[in-house]
Design a protein around this ligand. Structure first.
Ligand code: NAD
Length: 256
C-alpha cells in the first residue's frame, strides 16, 4: 500500500467502540473499522448476538454486554475498555431503536424511551470517553443520525426528534472539545438494508415505493456504505472535518 494513502486511512493502534455493534450498521461499521486496522469493541444487550458477531468479525474485535440506557455505568464501560486496550480513540454512537407511530398514538413515554437510547445514552458514553481522548489529544466521536433529521417524514415524530437532537449535540459537542484534538461528526444514513429498516418498512409497500422513488440511485444502501464513512471520519484523511454531518443516502436528500 502506498505510504501516503496508508497514513491517511490506516487506523492501526486505535481503539474503537461501536454501540449496537451486533447487527446492521453497527456490525458493518465494526467490520470496516477492523479492516482499517482498529481494535474494535462492540456492545449491545444480547450476549449471544454479540458473541456470534465477534466470531464472524474475527480477531481484533471483542464485546461487552452494555445497554446504552444504563448511563450510570457509561464511565465504567469506557474505563474497562481503556484498561483492556490502552485507549479509546473512536466512539461510534450507533445503537438505536425505531418508533413508527401515528401522531395520535404517540405517548410521552415513547419520547423518553427513544431519547434514552439515541440522545442520553450516546451523550453519556461520549462524556465518559472525552477525558481519555483529551489526554491523547486525539479522538473521533461519531453519531449515527437519520434522514428524519433532514426531511419531514410521516409517523416518525419521536425518532426524528431524537435524531435531530443528535445533530445539535454533534455541533455543540464539537464546539466544546475541538481544541483538545477531538472531532465530532454525524453520519446521516439514507435507507439502508438492515433489520431495523425491514422492521420499519416491510409491511408498508407504499413507503417502500416512496423511498425508492426518492432515491436517484433506485436502491437501498448497504450497511458497509455507512461503515466506510465511519472509517473516513475516524481517519487522518478527515482531520479537518468537524462538527458536521455526512449524508450517505444514494442522493435521497436532493429532494428531486
Ligand atoms: P439494527 O436494529 O440492526 O441495529 C440497532 C442496534 O442497536 C441493535 O443491535 C440493537 O440491539 C441495538 N440497541 C438498541 N437499543 C439498545 C440499547 N438500549 N442498548 C444497546 N444496544 C441497543 O438497525 P440498524 O439499521 O443497523 O440501526 C443502527 C443505527 O442506524 C440506529 O441508530 C438507527 O437509528 C440508524 N439508522 C438506520 C437506518 C437504516 O436505514 N437502517 C437509517 C438511518 C439511521
Amino acid at each position: 500500500m502506498n505510504e501516503f494513502f496508508r497514513q491517511a486511512f490506516d487506523l492501526s493502534g486505535q481503539v474503537a467502540l461501536v454501540t449496537g455493534g451486533g447487527s446492521g450498521l453497527g456490525f458493518a461499521t465494526a467490520k470496516c473499522l477492523a479492516c482499517a486496522g482498529a481494535r474494535v469493541v462492540i456492545t449491545g444487550r444480547r450476549e449471544d448476538v454479540l458473541k456470534k458477531a465477534c466470531q464472524e468479525l474475527g480477531e481484533g474485535v471483542s464485546f461487552h454486554v452494555f445497554d446504552v440506557t444504563d448511563t450510570e455505568h457509561a464511565g465504567k464501560l469506557i474505563e474497562t475498555i481503556v484498561k483492556e486496550h490502552g485507549s479509546i480513540d473512536i466512539l461510534v454512537n450507533n445503537a438505536g431503536r425505531h418508533c413508527k407511530k401515528a401522531v395520535e398514538d404517540i405517548t410521552i413515554q415513547d419520547f423518553r424511551d427513544v431519547m434514552d437510547v439515541h440522545l442520553y445514552g450516546s451523550f453519556a458514553l461520549s462524556q465518559a470517553a472525552i477525558p481519555y481522548m483529551k489526554e491523547k489529544k486525539r479522538g473521533s466521536i461519531i453519531f449515527i443520525s437519520s434522514m428524519s433529521a433532514l426531511l419531514g417524514m410521516t409517523k416518525v415524530c419521536v425518532y426524528g426528534s431524537a435524531k435531530s437532537a443528535m445533530m445539535g449535540l454533534t455541533r455543540c459537542l464539537a464546539g466544546d472539545v475541538s481544541a483538545d484534538g477531538i472531532r465530532v461528526n454525524a453520519i446521516i444514513p439514507g435507507f439502508i438494508d438492515t433489520p431495523m429498516f425491514h422492521q420499519a418498512v416491510d409491511s408498508d409497500i407504499p413507503r417502500q415505493n416512496k423511498i425508492l422513488g426518492h432515491t436517484p440511485m433506485n436502491r437501498y444502501g448497504k450497511p458497509e456504505d455507512i461503515g466506510w464513512a465511519a472509517v473516513y471520519l475516524s481517519s487522518n484523511a478527515a482531520g479537518f472535518v468537524n462538527g458536521t454531518a455526512i449524508t450517505v443516502d444514494g442522493g435521497c436528500a436532493i429532494g428531486f
